[in-house]
Structures are given as C-alpha cells and as structure tokens.
Design a protein around this ligand. Structure first.
Ligand SMILES: C[S@@+](CC[C@H](N)C(=O)[O-])C[C@H]1O[C@@H](n2cnc3c(N)ncnc32)[C@H](O)[C@@H]1O
Length: 271
C-alpha cells in the first residue's frame, strides 16, 4: 500500500470513532469493518490532533449531505468516487449507481471486508494505479451520457499541480458533462492551521504538494465553473458544535481558518 493510501485508514478511523460517539456527525456504521490492527495503529498516531480529526468527520458529512441532496433529485445519479478510500456511502444512502476508484491495495481490502455484491445500490469498484495513468481506462467503464457526480475527497492536496491538470483533463474528456465535488485547501491554511496532523501525515511518508494561494483557479482554468459558494469545513464544524470558536473570531482574526479549507462544487461548462 502506498503512503497516500495509508491516510485512508486515518479517515476511516475518525469516522469509526464518530460512529461510536454519543452524537455522531456521520454515523458511518460500516467504518469499523476496516479497522484492523494496522488501521488502528495508523489512526492512533493522530490522537494529538483532535480538532483536525473532527474537521475530517465534518468534511465527510458535508460531502454526504451534498451527495444525498443530488440523489434526492435523481435516484439514478451516476456517482464516481475517485480516491474513495474506505468510503461506504454507497451502502448508506438510497439510490445511485456508484463507482469507487482507488489503488489496488485499497480495492482488494474493501472487497474482502465489505463486498460490492452486498451493497444495496449498484456498485462497481475499479482498481487503478494512478501513477501509471490508468484512470482514463477506468472511466471508460462509466456512462458518459449519464447525469454524473464526481466525488474527490481528501485527494487533491496530495497531487502536484501538473497531476491535477492531467486529472481534470481526463475527467472532462471522458465525462464532458458532470458536477465535481471536492475539498481544496489553500497555502495559508496549510501554513497556519494544519498543526500536528501534518507531522503525522509526513510520518506515514506522505506530503501535501498542492500549495496554491487559490487552488480553485486551476479548476476554472481547466474549464469548470463554480456552481455556488464554497462551504467552509471549519465553519460547518462550528455549526455542529464539534469545535468551539467564537463566531466573531472566525469572521476576523481566524478568517484564514474559515476560508482556507472548503468544499467546492464545480460544473463542466458543457452542462
Ligand atoms: C486521504 S485518503 C481519502 C480517502 C477517502 N476519499 C476519504 O475521504 O475517506 C486519499 C485517497 O486517495 C487515494 N489516492 C492516492 N493517490 C491518488 C491519485 N494519484 N489520485 C487519486 N487518488 C489517489 C489513496 O489511495 C487514498 O484512498
């Protein structure tokens, strides 16, 4: 398993912890299926960054709500999750034709512990070696004419700028009409607010590579348009009372914390 893939255990671990808590935010009751000893050891490394952990759960909830809203409008929606890690929304939301794309090690483990055949919705998993440019072939298994939502969560920060451009080009060529949901972190947030969580990510052998002051520009340059105001992950964490920060502070001295890490909704201009 490569170093970035190991971070998927961390994301799964925070969802498992959330599901066991008194007031779950995501309630991902399937996350525990993947929390074997090695996964737990990776997750435990992050115990000294509780605020970052809670932001990760809230991030997942914002994606979940956004996907659920779109499924409400179209039960037949094609949902393609790239770098899906141990996400289990295909089991927890009603409707959708789901594709989960990730590294072979993740896909094989997912299949062994939570088989696609047990999913109540249509679910296809595709193992891809991203480093070998296999995403293009994987996307050819999807329906280019379908109403399509692409989900890319917790991935872009690990990619170099040219890799992002290449990924967006592949997406827009293979699926000319789609909506893209993704989280983007800017350089200021990374420098000021990542805290100990980033040291732990580095200890796993990973690093953040997309450190732009306005990462969303790359998407606009690639032909996407922003569909609506981005959603602040820390702002939503405050709404859920998962973190305590005075609202005034978030609007002033901590504006970089509020606005530096957000969920974006983009649409291809062909839409
Ligand atoms: C931080 S995890 C996030 C997993 C999942 N999306 C979540 O939020 O729980 C990053 C994921 O990206 C996958 N990944 C690694 N390299 C990638 C690449 N070049 N393109 C897309 N995904 C990649 C990893 O295998 C891993 O599952």
């Amino acid at each position: 398993m490569n170093a970035v893939s190991k971070t998927a255990y961390f994301c799964c671990g925070v969802r498992d912890q959330d599901a066991r808590s008194e007031r779950p935010i995501c309630a991902d009751i399937y996350a525990q299926e993947f929390m074997h000893d090695e996964a737990r050891a990776i997750f435990n490394r992050f115990s000294d960054s509780p605020k970052q952990n809670v932001s990760n759960v809230v991030r997942s909830r914002i994606f979940q709500d956004e996907i659920a809203l779109r499924l409400k409008a179209d039960k037949n929606l094609q949902i393609i999750n790239i770098g899906a890690g141990f996400d289990t929304r295909a089991y927890r939301l009603a409707g959708g034709r789901w594709f989960e794309i990730d590294e072979p090690a993740i896909i094989h483990e997912k299949d062994a512990r939570l088989p696609a055949s047990k999913c109540p919705n249509s679910l296809t998993r595709i193992a891809v070696d991203f480093g070998k440019g296999q995403l293009d072939a994987a996307l050819q298994q999807c329906d280019p004419a379908a109403n399509t939502l692409i989900v890319i969560e917790g991935v872009f920060m690990y990619l170099e700028k040219p890799q992002v451009a290449e990924l967006l080009k592949t997406l827009t060529i293979r699926l000319p009409r789609h909506v893209l949901l993704c989280d983007l972190m800017n350089r200021t947030f990374f420098e000021k607010h990542m805290g100990k969580a980033y040291q732990r990510i580095q200890e796993l052998g990973s690093e953040f590579k997309l450190l732009e002051s306005r990462p969303e520009e790359l998407f606009l340059q690639a032909g996407y348009q922003s569909v609506r105001e981005p959603v602040s992950i820390v702002g939503r964490a405050r709404d859920f009372k998962a973190i305590v920060i005075p609202g005034l502070l978030l609007k002033t001295a901590l504006k970089t914390l509020r606005d530096g890490y957000q969920l974006h909704v983009f649409e291809t201009t062909a839409n």
